[in-house]
Design a protein around this ligand. Structure first.
Ligand code: ZN
Length: 79
């Protein structure tokens, strides 16, 4: 996870710095194709408010959940 460094990490939606962890969301990288339209947002951090207003939020979240699900299946198979 790229994580959030207070005062240094940029919110990708408003391009302002994120001052405090509590106001932000951070995602691990989950898009492998650089041509993917959501690739610029891969492993990104967002202000919670910006993310809540983002028009691609649903798409991003469903892709993220699908990725997490596939990862879980992979772990299960290795058990
Ligand atoms: Zn923002």
């Amino acid at each position: 996870m790229d994580g959030i460094t207070s005062g240094e990490t940029l919110c990708l939606l408003c391009r302002r710095t994120i001052d405090c962890d509590g106001d932000a969301l951070s995602f691990v990288r989950f898009i492998s194709d650089p041509a993917d339209p959501l690739a610029p947002f891969d492993g990104a951090s967002f202000h919670k408010d910006c993310f809540a207003r983002w028009d691609r939020r649903e798409e991003y979240l469903s892709r993220y959940v699908a990725f997490a699900g596939s990862w879980k299946d992979k772990l299960k198979r290795e058990e």
